[in-house]
Design a protein around this ligand. Sequence first.
Ligand code: PXL
Length: 281
Amino acid sequence: MEIQKRIAAIHDISGFGKCSLTVALPVLSAAGFEVSVVPTAVLSTHTAVTPGFTCRDLTDDMLPFVKHWKSIGLTFDAIYSGYLGSTKQIDIVCDIIDMFKAGETLTVVDPAMADNGKMYALFDEQFAREMQKLCKKADIIVPNMTEAAFLLGREYKEGPYTKEYIEDILKELSGLGPKKIVLTGVWFEESHLGAACYDTETDRVDFVLKKRFLGMFHGTGDVFASALTAALVKGKSLKKSTEIAVKFTTDALKRTAKGYTDHKYGVDFERSLPMLIRKLK
Ligand code: PXL
């Protein structure tokens, strides 16, 4: 039997409102991977549920945490980072990659910091500049259209987009250093939404679009990036991994859009996990 692969997931834990580790951990575990987590902070809810969320910052615990791992000889097939609470945490994740990246270790960076043309609460443009450093260390980055604009210091443009515009953004993002880019929130006509992926090694761009569900659903970026990471670590191609992640996210969105939960509280991805497992076979 194949040896079980191990992934280090570096995100916060938001107790309620599915995102970050409460998405990454179940998705990657369901995919059959061992997941070691570096919690960057513990919050009562993510920062968009206001007012009054609590937050215990764990920045000072992050390095001692992974130094212990190093001392017991842990190695990782992938390192996957998401929402980080400060520029200091970005520097620490860069250090963690330096400590653990060996020959085959895949580094996936979701530069979670913005959506719908706006930075999340607590972030500014300095944070985006710092995030460029982490993107440089990544094999793959997974920004949405807003994050791409902040990473590139470009003005955010609302869709509909053109293929040329998206290709331009993808190529400019590759200038930050990653070999592969998966850009989310791509659309050319109102009825369809999805992702575009670019592999610098083949110079190939692919688009994966599916029927759109109107509304703003919190946590979809984490659902998408976690499924993408699972597919990539399984050894699927970039295009296939993007297709799987779009399918999984859309399936979860479809169910959420029909339900009655506040879209801020995350998407119903759990009941799409059996489908994801089948697709990953
Ligand atoms: O990736 C979304 C996310 C994760 N974690 C926290 C957040 C957000 C988005 O607002 O606030 C704490």
